[in-house]
Design a protein around this ligand. Sequence first.
Ligand code: IPM
Ligand code: MG
Length: 351
Amino acid sequence: MNIAVLPGDGIGSEIIAEALKVLRKLNLPLEMQEAPVGGTGYDVSGDPLPEATLALAKSADAILFGAVGNPKHDHLPRDKRPEQAILGLRKHLGLFANLRPAQVYAELASASALKPEVVAGLDLLIIRELTGDIYFGSPRGIHTNAAGDREGFDTMRYSEPEIRRIAHVGFQAAMKRGRRLCSVDKANVLETSQLWRDIVIDVAKEYPQVALSHMYVDNAAMQLVRAPKQFDVIVTGNLFGDILSDEASMLTGSIGMLPSASLDANNKGLYEPIHGSAPDIAGQGIANPLATILSAAMMLRYSLNQAAAADRIEAAVKRVLASGVRTPDIFVEGTHRVGTQEMGAAVLAAL
Ligand code: IPM
Ligand code: MG
């Protein structure tokens, strides 16, 4: 099994290093090949998504991705900025289905910013459409309007097939879980959302066992912090999903805990923590590697057909958390504070 490893920027290389140790420990026939991406890719080739990196990603069975983004590149034109690397990979590889599970480990309930009783036992899956919407819609740009003022504009756009296929992913995921699907939109204001809602309702006819509900995104943002356990699976568009998944991460105690899978129509996927490159703590050895380690577990499960190995990793993470080992982002009084490498070592030991 060929895995393209793209550590990227900031804490990317630190957290990926720990995930690789975990993968190697499993004694599976994994070929791992690394390539530069993001600001690191730009620095070596003048392109955040170097051609060779894209070729490697295309030829691999799965991609393990760290994070991209570096303030040092913020002055670059948009098409050269590190973020273009991940957006380009998603688009070029057709990775339209983004799975972002948010689970609260019993031991971490007290690390959440919310009351433990609100989040304890939470098990939520956000399915975010990843290759459409205002992220990719055209036209877009900054121009001078008729009044002589500069004006920025983007286009929110979804076609029926795009909505249909992500709706199917949502219903199929709900079938494997609690059979409740909440579709999040802004149909009271946006045409795009009206079409989204109509199509989701149509697709629902094929899944009579799933209870479908709809929620406006502003209400969903509120409900996620008021009573998050009401949700089983949420399906939503690219922009709303970006925002809601960051919000959901805080229910679990830390954004450093959330893995993700971005899948194409054949379950080939890119796996990455949902957090970014965290330049403020890069190089300090304190980043939480668990989101990346759990992303590696998702990779084994979804793209490489190694469910037993994925179970082993997830069980090891649970055991480590139960033992009280904590990186600073999930530290609470009475637990044992460690750095990135010690957390990786603890997971290895638990394996
Ligand atoms: C994410 C990130 C990306 C996004 C950025 C880095 C372009 O926030 O994966 O959620 O907006 O999709
Ligand atoms: Mg985001």
